[in-house]
Design a protein around this ligand. Structure first.
Ligand code: CO
Length: 133
């Protein structure tokens, strides 16, 4: 079992959503990053036992742009934090799990991340990350 590192939430307007989470729930911004290659801008909000990751698309080709167009704003993925992402991906591949990323790519907080295809996880997009906490 792995701890939940964060919950990813796709939004149309980062500033509006940051304000909503601050004013409604008291969450504060912990980190803000642009991942050009993944086509997203990310804002992490600190919760006591996990993080909320707000995602905004950088362009129309971004997977988040496609998600928003198809499904609208809302929960996009759940991320499990693993101690050794390469070993975890190999184990999952050996189990026949369909991986979107067969090798890790760079994520926020200097992490390594990889996504698992929802067809292998009962419809939920699962991200794995390896990072120092
Ligand atoms: Co994420």
């Amino acid at each position: 079992m792995h701890p939940i590192d964060h919950i990813g939430i796709a939004v149309n307007d980062l500033e509006a959503s940051i304000k909503m989470y601050q004013e409604t729930f008291g969450y504060e911004v912990d980190e803000r990053e642009i991942l050009e290659k993944s086509g997203v801008e990310l804002v992490f909000l600190k919760a006591p036992n996990t993080l909320l990751e707000l995602l905004r698309p950088l362009n129309d080709q971004s997977p988040i742009a496609k998600f928003l167009a198809k499904r609208g704003q809302g929960i996009h993925h759940i991320c499990f934090r693993v101690p050794d992402i390469e070993a975890e991906l190999k184990k999952l591949a050996d189990q026949g799990v369909e991986l979107i990323d067969k090798t890790p790519r760079p994520g926020a907080y200097n992490s390594k991340i990889a996504f698992i295809h929802p067809s292998s996880t009962d419809g939920t997009l699962i991200e794995l990350c390896q990072r120092e906490v």
